[in-house]
Ligand binder design. Sequence first.
Ligand code: GLA
Length: 675
Amino acid sequence: MRADRPDRRIHFGGDYYPEQWPEEVWAEDTRLMKEAGVTMVTAGVFAWAKVEPRPGEYDFGWFDRVLDNLSQAGLRVCLATMTASPPPWLTRLHPEILPETADGRRKWPGGRQHYCPSSPVYREYATRLVERLATRYAQHPALEVWHVGNEYGCHIRQCFCDESAADFRRWLRERYGTVEALNEAWSTAFWSQQYGSFDEVLPPRLAPTFANPSQQLDYWRFSDDALRQCYLAELAVLRRVTPGVPVTTNLMPHHKPVDAFEWARHQDVMSLDFYQDPYDPDTHQGAALSFDVMRSARGGQPWLLLEQAPSAVNWRPRNSPKPPGAMRLWSWQAIAQGADAIMFFQWRQSLGGAEKFHSAMVPHGGTGTRIFREVSELGRELASVPEIAGTRSHAGAALLTDWNSWWALELDSRPSTALDQTQINRAHHRALFEAGVACDVLPPWGELSGYRLVIVPNLYLLGEDDARRLEEYVEGGGHLVVSFFSGIVDGCDRVHPGGYPAPLRQLLGLRVEEFWPLDEGASVSVQGAGPLGAVPGSGVTGDLWSESIETEGAETVAVFGDGELAGGPAVTRHSYGSGAAWYIGTRLEPAALRGLLDHVREEADVRPVLPGLPARVQATVREDDEHRFLFLLNHGDGEAVVRLPEPMRDRLGPDGSGPVSTVTLPPRGVAVLER
Ligand code: GLA
């Protein structure tokens, strides 16, 4: 990771909380870490109260010994800035840093992350600590990467206190300049909301009815920015004191309060915490989407899986352990999708506190346990293929998503409140994933020229500029698929004038006259020859949404088969320039969406990584000038046989075994093959 340390390896380890244990245990920790193949640990995440027991009084002695102990064992440290959970003295001294909910209730200390992101007092104490920390450990040989904060926005997504209100007003002044511009942007002529000055503006606190949607949208933006300002304040200190050390912060998967694309611009390496749910048979598909976001957010650069559970978590209503082989499979899935580190929460299972029933690499039962055996086995395996680190993947398809659009889409007072951005994204991504197609995930302003297929699941908010770029993309020969309720509003949640979806009408060759969302549990039949005919059975169904579409140059590929819109277009295709733009006016059942996207893919010549893969087997490629790795992952319950395009070496197979042409994967089996 550090440019001045060009050692190539997949890092392996976990969150390490030595402060929860007597010092006698620390020597055993490093011994066991070596035994388990650990190369790096994350340390200090919740150590604030212990390193600064009283305001301005520091006790780093114990932490020096922690780092020295790790470094003597040859371990690297992902060093946390310790600011994720303010110590009790701070909230006693400054109760005003505590966050408030939209209905004015205070969130008290006693858990963690109990600070208002806009609080200057919090930021001051936090950066003061970071300054000390960075200065003290700048030259420490263990320091590999900085870990700022922890899961920003995990517990406090938005704060509505007076400090936040003041900060919001400052943010709005910067964004709009004049109160007239704000009034215009927020459409305040409606419901007598016109502001005479910025001083009158409040956060969208609990109101008698729908709060102004543009105000709500801006509050999502502002809150994301307020969290980021906490990160940036710490980053500025780290850049100054330890300029050569890379910086990251662990994001949560597809996490609404935190715009991963924006945050990516301020990190040296992306990192993600992902907790696969053993009770969800499709957990790996949700993970696949998040992993694709991580890889794409910094242009294909490898990322770090900074937290996952060795087995069960403690925070779902019912917490299943990971069955044998699942932890290995899901770890390899992250690597297959571009991760260069596999880390866990946490190293040693706590005896007390809220997470004592969360699994750890060293469980309550010690090392003679399945978990420790599986962890150590994985550590050995990862160490055997260090050349994977740094390799990259290439995708022919891209899926577009945008946090701004997500925030706007899910506000109240819409045609339907049942639209869920995560579900819609997942449905489209899944159709590619199941077809074995590599996919990047980009914001609408991302570079599209390298992709032959671009999918827009549901971009409700779309600026004219980005719409024009989509047009140029298709004109130049690109293949585009747009799903319903896209291109409806501008960046202020104001409807684009000129009929829906105005900025995309010419490109799609159609006009949407009325939205016709479907009632809960209702569905509509969709009939079409050609593309949808590829789906077994003649008619298919859509649910959630329908709309009355009038074509203006597009050809109708499928029509609604019943209901008020019977006979009207449901799926269309428009040849535009040297490319084609498809439009889907309902939520197609999964098999039909898959059939349609398979068809468009063929037109676009976007092929799966490996043709003829058995169901529930994932295949990805990572490569560089010297190596080309093919990863095969069996997410299914049965054995799967995969024929390789050419004989390849099985890098996880027995030492000295020759090239193979066929791979037999047991359930949860993994193979890493090299040409
Ligand atoms: C998150 C946090 C960790 C821990 C784990 C438990 O990822 O970052 O501190 O609470 O969840 O799953």
